[in-house]
Design a protein around this ligand. Structure first.
Ligand code: GLY
Length: 429
């Protein structure tokens, strides 16, 4: 099979590594890819959002399957366009991707289908006064969200009414996130522990990948600003069998049924970002793709053929797929450039990757890495992630950190507590 993966981050490197294990893999392309994907396929300088460029490439190379990594191409209609041209695509239509592309659509959808989520109100940007009165009435803590895509910067947790008023003014008056803030969702703060569930569906059938927990904040102990994710582990012990039964019955099934009933059947990955509250699981957000860095811990636990899984999702043939998940656990730690998620330097020499890769059951997933001759240089904020599997979470974490300790670049930093919450939960149950 000839496969094209859209995107160029650690997630796409992880997807590439997973599908490369398939005996059906014939040729692998990435647009645009990164220095890691160049070692397992062919990188082409086409943007992941370039619908005409990607379509042309599919025709030229007779691509059998396109796997879309990031959300932007899906929200722009990449999957619709490719399907119209008879290319199998792992990813939802633009109509279905609204579950991520519009928080306001997603909240109203959950309301219509009784999917548990936080209480909310939506305001257009010309109704700042309405939004300010609402936060005055609701009080803090409260969450202010840009409705549109904002690259992970759109949700602002406000611990005081003053902070919430300021967040609203920034989004609605100063347009700090541009069009993403044309509509703003204000929702009540949910107490609990977050976890992520990844549904692979072909529109009628679905299977669940291992669950995961991300570490969104920059600092140890979940402190500081939000990032794209500083590390992850899988599975997430907070999602017990009982909780998962509720997640399926109260969240996944009504969501998939609701999308079909509304004429936008969901095909691809549905990433449910959940809060496990005392009252049960509730949706924090939907995403229309795999998570980054969660993919780097979820796919290494898959024992069945990942390429077959994605192809079956894309072609409506998931019903008899034999999903096999390995025992044990996986953890990954993101190494970032000092200053991330704000301003950071690039062009720093990276060393030690080979030594880290030689650690048992360890992979280095490249993200902001560029190669020049034999040398590797930083080219992004999240530079790479060291991922390991182990017999249990403790072993996986230990191996991932041992890998990190071998890798060096100026200004490198990483969280030192990835997976600690999971370990604490395992030890107390
Ligand atoms: N790690 C969070 C995300 O992929 O949205």
């Amino acid at each position: 099979m000839k496969v094209l993966i859209l995107g160029g981050g650690g997630r796409e490197h992880a997807i590439g590594l997973a599908v490369s294990k398939s005996p059906d893999m014939e040729a692998l392309f990435f647009t645009p890819g990164n220095a890691g994907t160049a070692a397992i396929g062919v990188n082409l300088e086409i943007a992941a959002t370039d619908i005409d460029g990607v379509s042309g490439l599919c025709r030229k190379e007779h691509i059998d399957l396109v796997i879309v990594g990031p959300e932007q191409p899906l929200v722009l209609g990449m999957a619709d366009h490719l399907r119209q041209n008879d290319v199998a695509v792992m990813g939802p239509s633009a109509g279905a991707a609204r579950l991520e592309g519009s928080k306001s659509f997603a909240k109203d959808f959950m309301n219509r289908h009784a999917v548990p989520t936080a209480r909310y109100r939506t305001f257009r940007s010309d109704n700042l006064d309405g939004a300010l009165s609402y936060v005055d009435k609701e009080g803090a803590p409260i969450v202010v969200k840009a409705s549109g895509l904002a690259g992970g910067k759109g949700a602002i947790v406000c611990n005081s009414v003053d902070d919430a008023r300021m967040a609203l003014r920034r989004l609605m008056e100063d347009c700090s996130l541009g069009d993403a803030g044309e509509e703003v969702v204000v929702e009540s703060f949910m107490h609990g522990e977050e976890a992520s569930v990844f549904v692979v569906t072909d529109g009628n059938n679905y299977v669940l990948l291992p669950s995961a927990q991300d570490h969104k904040q920059i600092g140890d102990g979940d402190t500081g600003v939000n990032t794209g994710g500083m590390g992850a582990y899988s599975p997430a012990p907070v999602l017990t069998m009982d909780v998962m039964r509720r997640v399926r019955a109260e969240i996944i099934e009504p969501t998939l049924r609701g999308m079909s009933d509304e004429g936008t059947p969901y095909q691809g990955i549905l990433y449910c970002g959940l809060m496990i509250t005392d009252a049960g699981p509730k949706v924090v957000e939907y995403n229309c793709r795999l998570g980054d860095p969660e993919t780097q811990v979820v796919l290494p636990l898959l024992q069945s053929d990942a390429l077959e899984l994605f192809y079956r999702s894309a072609t409506g043939t998931l019903s008899d797929y034999d999903l096999r998940i390995g025992p044990g656990a996986a953890a990954c730690v993101v190494m970032a450039s000092d200053g991330y998620p704000a301003k950071y330097e690039t062009g720093r020499v990276i060393s030690g990757i080979e030594v880290a890769q030689n650690q048992v059951q360890t992979t280095v997933f490249y993200a902001g890495v560029r190669s020049e001759g034999d040398e590797l240089f930083t080219s992004g904020g999240r530079v790479l992630a060291v991922g390991s599997t182990g017999a249990d979470l403790e072993e996986a974490i230990e191996r991932a950190y041992s890998g990190c300790s071998q890798i060096h670049f100026d200004g490198a930093f990483y969280r030192t507590d990835i997976g600690r919450k999971g370990l604490a939960r395992i030890q107390t149950t």
